[in-house]
Design a protein around this ligand. Structure first.
Ligand code: HEC
Length: 392
C-alpha cells in the first residue's frame, strides 16, 4: 500500500469543508424560499377569504349572488333519471399554469400543444388519475401540499335543456376533512365546504378549444409562482384600478394583454398581469365573444354568473342553483338561459360544440387548491359530445 500524500488529504478536507458550506447555504436558501411561499400564500388566503365573505354578505357590488333554491326547486321539470350521465375525473393541477404547459422545459407536451393543435385530452385523457395523485402529494408544481387531500374526484355530470334554459347536475362523493397546514383553522374558505365552477370557452381565444380553463390560468395569478404581490400591484396604480386588483391578480385571458411572458428566460417573471390592453380594445374583445363564461355555485346554493377576460367580472346574467350533501354525495344543480344576450354569457346554440371545463373546490378550499377537468366538449342534442345536453 502506498501512503496518501499529506497535500492530498489537506485539499480533500478543504473540498469537504467547502461542500458542507455550500450545502448549508443551499438549505438556508431553500428554507427562506419556503417561508416566502408560505407568507405569499397567507396573504392570498386572506384576500380570497375577504372576497368570499364579501360575496356571502352580498356587500360586494361587483359580485351579485343569486339566492340558492331548496332541493328540487331548480330544474324541477327535468327527469334526471332519463338524462345520460358523463363520468368525468377531476384532478388536482397544482401550479401547472398556461405558461407551464406551453414551456418545453417544464412540460413534455409543449410543442404538440402549441404547434400541433393537440388538446390536453389528446395525451392525458386516460391518465388524469396518475397526474392528480402525483401532484397533490407535493413537488415541483405543488410547493405547499395539503396532507391527505385526494388527487382526483370522480364526478357524474348530466345536462339537459328545454329550448330556453340549460340545466346541469353534477354529483360526487364527499371526502373527510384534511386541514390545510398553512391556514389558521385549516379551512381556506370556512363558509363554503364546496364550490362548483363551469367555464364555457368563447371565440377567438388562442388554444381555447384545446385547453379549456387553462387559457385563463396564468403563472402570476393568486397563489401562483409569479404572483406579483400587493406592493407591486399598488405601485402600478393605473393597471391596478383597471383590474380592480389589490392583493392579487385574478384569472385573465392572454388576449387581454399586449404581451404574456411564457418561457421566463433570463429570470423574467412568467405571465403578463401588468401588460393590459387599453379599455376600448377589451370592450371590443367582449363584444366579439372573446371571453371565458364563468358560472359559480356556492355550498349554500347561491350562485354568480360572470366571465373572465381582463379579470374576473360579474355580469349579472341569470343563474339559479342549489347544492346539497346527502348520504355522502354532493349534488349541485344549476340552470341558466341558453342565450341570455348578456355580454359575457356564451350563447349556446344547436349544431355547435363548445369546450367547457368544470372545477370543484372541495373541503373548504379556495383559489388554485381545486380539482379540474381537462378540455371537455358539450353540445345540445349531439351524442358525439362528451356532455350531451338533451332536450326534455
Ligand atoms: C402531446 C402530448 C401532450 C399534450 C397535448 C399535453 N401534454 Fe401534458 N404532458 C405530456 C408529457 C409527455 C408529460 C410528461 C409526462 C411525464 O413526465 O411522465 C406531460 C406532463 C403533464 C403534467 C405533469 C404530470 C406529472 O406527472 O407531473 C401536467 C399537469 C400536464 N401534462 C398537463 C397538461 C395540460 C393541462 C395540457 C393541456 C393544456 C397538456 N398537459 C397537454 C404530454 C402532453
Amino acid at each position: 500500500m502506498r501512503e496518501i500524500p499529506q497535500e492530498y488529504l489537506a485539499s480533500l478536507a478543504r473540498v469537504e469543508a467547502l461542500e458542507a458550506e455550500q450545502s448549508a447555504a443551499a438549505k438556508a436558501a431553500q428554507k427562506s424560499q419556503q417561508e416566502a411561499v408560505l407568507a405569499q400564500i397567507q396573504a392570498a388566503v386572506e384576500s380570497a377569504l375577504a372576497e368570499e365573505r364579501a360575496k356571502a354578505d352580498g356587500s360586494s357590488a361587483s359580485e351579485p349572488a343569486a339566492t340558492g333554491g331548496a332541493a328540487g326547486d331548480v330544474a324541477s321539470n327535468v327527469d334526471w333519471a332519463a338524462v345520460p350521465v358523463t363520468d368525468l375525473t377531476l384532478f388536482y393541477p397544482g401550479q401547472a399554469s398556461f405558461e407551464w404547459v406551453q414551456n418545453g422545459k417544464t412540460h413534455g407536451g409543449a410543442r404538440p400543444l402549441t404547434k400541433g393543435g393537440d388538446a390536453c385530452t389528446t395525451c392525458h385523457a386516460k391518465e388524469v388519475e396518475t397526474i392528480g395523485t402525483k401532484i397533490v402529494a407535493g413537488g415541483e408544481i405543488e410547493p405547499t401540499p395539503i396532507p391527505g387531500k385526494r388527487g382526483t374526484i370522480a364526478a357524474s355530470i348530466q345536462a339537459a335543456h328545454d329550448d330556453e334554459n340549460l340545466h346541469v347536475r353534477i354529483q360526487w362523493p364527499d371526502a373527510g376533512h384534511n386541514p390545510a397546514p398553512f391556514v389558521d383553522g385549516g379551512k381556506m374558505d370556512p363558509d363554503n365546504q364546496i364550490k362548483v365552477a363551469m367555464m364555457i370557452t368563447g371565440t377567438g381565444i388562442e388554444m381555447g378549444e384545446t385547453t379549456g380553463c387553462w387559457s385563463s390560468c396564468h403563472a402570476d395569478n393568486t397563489y401562483m409562482p409569479f404572483d406579483p404581490g400587493a406592493d407591486a400591484i399598488a405601485a402600478n396604480a393605473d393597471v391596478a384600478s383597471q383590474l380592480e386588483a389589490k392583493e392579487t391578480i385574478t384569472k385573465y385571458l392572454t388576449e387581454s394583454r399586449t404581451k404574456v411572458e411564457v418561457k421566463g428566460r433570463r429570470g423574467k417573471a412568467q405571465g403578463g398581469w401588468d401588460k393590459l390592453k387599453p379599455a376600448e380594445e377589451i370592450d371590443e374583445l367582449l363584444a366579439n365573444g372573446t371571453f371565458l363564461d364563468l358560472l359559480r355555485i356556492y355550498a349554500d346554493g347561491s350562485a354568480s354568473n360572470g366571465y373572465l377576460l381582463e379579470r374576473r367580472v360579474a355580469n349579472g346574467g341569470d343563474i339559479s342553483a342549489e347544492a346539497n350533501l346527502s348520504g355522502g354525495v354532493w349534488t349541485v344543480v344549476f340552470s341558466r338561459p341558453l342565450a341570455s344576450g348578456a355580454p359575457g354569457d356564451v350563447p349556446l346554440e344547436p349544431g355547435k360544440t363548445y369546450t367547457v371545463g368544470f372545477a370543484i373546490h372541495d373541503d373548504y378550499a379556495a383559489a388554485r387548491f381545486h380539482h379540474v377537468t381537462l378540455d371537455t366538449s358539450l353540445a345540445l342534442d349531439d351524442d358525439a359530445a362528451q356532455i350531451n345536453a338533451i332536450k326534455q
